[in-house]
Write a protein that binds this ligand. Sequence first.
Ligand code: FAD
Length: 306
Amino acid sequence: MVTRNTLLYLSRQEGLKDFATRFRPFKKLTTRFVAGETIEEAVAAIRQLNARGCTASFDHLNESVTKISETEEEVREYLRVLASIDDAGIRSNVSIKLTQFGLDIDPELTYKNARTVVADAARRGNFVRVDMEASSVTQVTLDIFKRLRAEFGLNDVGIVVQSYLRRAQTDVEELLKIPARIRLCKGAYNEPPEVAFPDKKEVDENYIRIMRVLLSSGVYHGIATHDPHMIEATIETARQRGIGKEAFEFQMLYGVRRDLQEQLARDGYNMRVYVPYGRHWYPYFMRRLAERPANVWFVLKNMLKG
Ligand SMILES: Cc1cc2nc3c(=O)[nH]c(=O)nc-3n(C[C@H](O)[C@H](O)[C@H](O)COP(=O)(O)OP(=O)(O)OC[C@H]3O[C@@H](n4cnc5c(N)ncnc54)[C@H](O)[C@@H]3O)c2cc1C
């Protein structure tokens, strides 16, 4: 039986990417979760999403950046993305990871890199979401976000809160005082029980508790989940409290629950799809398989067929 931990282990073995991509069916299947290796391919994918009533968020895949020159290349990539959004006339914002901008090297460098991208987005009337990564960088990510938010507007830059973290509710209370636009998600990293709820039930309960606070805050937030229970709870809370569909958005990952994405868009909800692209797609792809082991059998079946 292929376990989640095996897949998370394989996701860290980049060398396997070259082996796996020799199988044409594997390469083809990656396009289900990754929009391509170039900005142009991601733009084409976003055009299709826009045509189906969904907005998007660009995510340039690159992890474990360790050189200053690489962080600068990430900044240039995001400036190209922001320009491409305007040139193509597509409806999309961008999501950034601070480790891409140098968090493992120097927080000050990271802040400056992120600031360049946020300033360009603000000038263009676009928006930058700062993704949340592992708990070892939660505090420094929030600190850098708060500096950016102090300089730029509510609609220029936003942050992410993970409901599996024990600190999540306190963080939300602090962030709403600023105020800040928040993407609420469950959280995707392996965390120790001192830091994160080990029990899925507690993660879900915390998600619903925080979702209710966000919906009533009067700020436009993102409810990021594929979980039908979380989605139903959000719709029900909005209905009971008379909160309009325009007051928040649902968010999902590219290629995950496409049926539900389209259904929510058809029902008049704001639906944003997170669109990852780039040459370093392998770890991201493997983490998506790890989230739902049934996907592995889907991949293997197709590889054997090919
Ligand atoms: C837009 C967006 C942005 C995100 N940003 C961050 C971030 O900044 N930081 C962070 O830590 N995490 C982030 N995540 C990931 C998130 O934390 C979860 O790991 C992920 O969304 C799975 O949780 P879930 O809410 O969908 O619920 P789960 O309980 O994991 O899943 C509920 C149901 O959703 C479906 N599903 C979930 N994943 C898959 C899949 N891969 N393939 C097929 N079906 C699936 C299944 O039907 C499953 O039963 C983001 C997620 C989204 C949607």
